[in-house]
Ligand binder design. Structure first.
Ligand code: NAD
Ligand code: DAU
Length: 351
């Protein structure tokens, strides 16, 4: 079995990617390296935790020794690197944590891969998962982010991701490390930590709490169902050209306030309450500092060159997402009570 290292597999996107790889590729053994920060939740991975081709490793990518040791112990054929601090608001209050994990952590992985793979670089692949936020903010309606759009990060989060992207490319150019990078738009779907817009608002509607819309709600985001992102990651990992970048998105832009109103309507309908009930919870609050106005991905390269297409229309994806959170209130409650953080000691430490 070929060994593949996924970092950040107990988070939102990483858990979807880990499940997809474990279930689709019995010829791979998937190692999931995750520090289990507040964003890591092993409950996301219940369905594969006992699979014969899956191993969880609790470890921190900021610790260079731990990372190198892991690469010495296992001959990983490929790395899919998703571990990161991912929330923009947290990056505004604590930028250093973003430098440590997103920049230093990525460099630690690059150093370990370079040392372990030096005799046969071509047989390996380092796949770095990045974000559209590295390109900055769009202001003209006709503009889209393409792979050659110059980087112009505006938040500490996007600055740290941009920096990590530059290091990944630098290791390719300087040392010949085989790399590929993808930059995706906003993801939504099951298992997203309820600090991000969609799960936070669904959870607040469950508890009749205010829905804090930043500024006037005029910022635009481009939304992609997380399962489609996981499929795109699978496609890039297997078919992407070494040294290339692929933008991933579904050509699906929404102004925040329009999305929130649609989310309220769908949630009202699924809760069986009169449409208009949840909308009354909308509260306009102080804007996020440095709030990027608009993101929009041009995903034609991955569509044309690698044949990837999103499978779901947004309205269908949003219905499924609301349905999932309402049916999995326990998953949300375990996060808000902190119970999810005991899962590791309950299920793993005694094994
Ligand atoms: P997430 O916050 O849900 O999960 C991040 C995971 O990384 C968690 O399990 C956490 O425990 C782990 N982690 C954090 N610091 C670590 C460290 N020092 N060592 C080991 N593990 C650590 O994030 P997500 O939303 O799933 O995003 C995953 C990746 O995709 C990130 O790199 C992010 O930048 C990128 N991305 C996210 C989106 C999105 O909309 N969520 C869009 C495009 C790209
Ligand atoms: O574009 C990809 C990025 O999308 C990823 O790289 C990030 O990891 C991910 O967190 C996401 O960043 P955003 O800042 O766009 O996502 P968030 O869910 O935090 O916010 C979405 C929009 O909603 C944004 O314009 C801010 C706004 N918002 C968010 C929250 C949490 C609100 O109006 N109120 C809120 O309470």
């Amino acid at each position: 079995m070929e060994k593949i290292l996924i970092t950040g597999g107990a988070g939102f996107i990483g858990s979807h990617v880990a499940k997809r790889f474990v279930n689709t590729y019995p010829q791979y053994h998937i190692y999931n390296l995750d520090a289990l920060t507040y964003a890591g939740n092993l409950e996301n991975l219940r369905e594969i935790e006992r699979a014969p081709n899956y191993t969880f490793i609790k470890g921190d990518i900021t610790q260079a020794d731990q990372v190198s040791q892991l690469f010495t112990q296992h001959d990983f054929k490929g790395v899919i690197h998703l571990a990161a601090e991912s929330h923009v608001d947290r990056s505004i209050t604590n930028p250093s944590a973003f430098v440590m994990t997103n920049v230093i952590g990525t460099v630690n992985l690059l150093n370990a891969a370079k040392a372990a793979w030096q005799d046969d670089l071509a047989a390996h692949l380092f796949y770095h998962i990045s974000t559209d936020e590295v390109y900055g903010s769009l202001h003209q309606p006709e503009d889209f982010f393409v792979e050659t759009t110059p980087y112009d990060p505006q938040s500490p989060y996007s600055a740290s991701k941009a920096s990590s992207d530059h290091f990944v490319r630098a290791y390719h150019n300087t040392y010949g490390l085989p790399i590929v990078i993808s930059n995706c738009s906003n993801n939504y779907g099951p298992y997203q930590f309820p600090e991000k817009l969609i799960p936070l608002f669904i959870n607040n509607i469950r508890h009749q709490k205010p829905l804090p819309v930043y500024g006037k709600g005029e910022n635009v985001r481009d939304w992609l169902y997380v399962v489609d992102h996981a499929q795109a990651i699978d496609t890039v990992f297997h078919k992407g050209k070494v040294g290339e970048t692929y933008n991933i998105g579904g050509f699906n832009e929404w102004k925040n306030i329009d999305l929130v109103k649609l989310l309220c309507k769908v949630t009202d309908q699924q809760l069986g309450q009169p449409v208009g009930t949840a909308e009354q919870l909308i509260t306009f609050v102080k804007d996020r500092a440095g709030h990027d106005l608009r993101y929009a991905i041009d995903a034609k390269k991955i569509m044309n060159e690698l044949g990837w297409q999103p499978s779901l229309q947004f309205e269908e994806g949003l219905q499924k997402t609301v349905e999932w959170y309402l049916a999995n209130g326990d998953w949300l409650d375990h996060i808000t009570t902190g119970a999810y953080q005991k899962y590791y000691e309950q299920q793993y430490e005694r094994r």
